[in-house]
Design a binder for this molecule. Structure first.
Ligand SMILES: *Cc1c(COP(=O)(O)O)cnc(C)c1O
Length: 233
């Protein structure tokens, strides 16, 4: 884990990098938020993020996030970005302010049921495997209309947009293609449903420039802020 001073320097460098990507793409930097990803790091990472002024952090495991949330500033919001097993859906609804990784109609229905039980209006993103990567979670592009319909049928869910993880590749064009396909998928679903679906969560430390160029509204950034993770996750 980095010190706060090192984290602050990294956060400032990241802001400059995002600003440059926005300038290159002709976009307003205010239209892209950074979601610090604190997975595998101690709860202190979330405290650093809050102290710097970030409003939310991303985690990919439910129990890990629940434990850290208890130790972090109460004002910080928590977002789930990792695959959710159905047996953890209830705790996920209790723990997170937004779930970015809704990837099946069954999961959407389950989350909607627990959100209703817990009296919550839960914002969600639909995770799409827009890079057709067998190693990645996410709904297939062809199945996204059915996933959206299931999520919209749950009155306790608020569908705000889509999320994707690009395939790992040394070729930046591979990520760019996955991001363009996510935006096109959003445009198709928006036209079909009449909803704006404004959020496009795409781009991480290694591929944020193509993500900004393709229209990302949320960059999920771990290693560029906190350094290498102690264990792979
Ligand atoms: C870990 C993770 C990130 C952050 O990755 P970095 O390369 O460390 O920026 C973003 N999105 C998801 C879904 C992740 O699991």
């Amino acid at each position: 884990m980095v010190t706060y001073a090192a984290f602050e320097a990294r956060a400032q460098a990241l802001a400059a990098r995002v600003a440059a990507a926005c300038a290159a793409a002709g976009r307003d930097p205010a239209s892209v938020r950074i979601l610090p990803v604190t997975k595998t790091h101690p709860a202190e990472a979330a405290t650093f993020a809050a102290r710097f002024g970030y409003a939310a952090v991303g985690e990919n495991r439910v129990q890990e996030a629940a434990a850290k949330r208890a130790l972090a500033p109460a004002s910080l919001r928590w977002e789930l970005i990792g695959h959710l097993q159905s047996n953890k859906a209830k705790l996920a609804v209790a723990t997170f302010d937004l779930i970015q990784s809704v990837d099946s109609p069954e999961l959407a229905i389950r989350l909607g049921r627990f959100a209703a039980e817990q009296g919550k209006a839960l914002p969600v993103l639909l995770q799409v495997n827009s890079g057709d990567d067998p190693a990645k979670f996410g709904c297939d592009l062809a199945d996204t209309p059915r996933l959206l319909d299931a999520a919209l049928a749950s009155p306790a869910l608020r569908v705000e947009g889509l999320m994707a993880v690009a395939p790992l590749s040394d070729d930046p064009a591979v990520a760019r293609r996955a991001f363009d396909r996510l935006r096109e998928c959003r445009d198709t679903l928006a036209a079909r449903s009449g909803l704006a679906l404004p959020e496009l969560s795409m781009g991480m430390s290694g591929d944020l420039e193509p993500a900004v160029a393709a229209g990302s509204t949320c960059l999920r950034v771990g290693s560029a802020l906190f350094g290498a993770r102690p264990v792979p996750a």
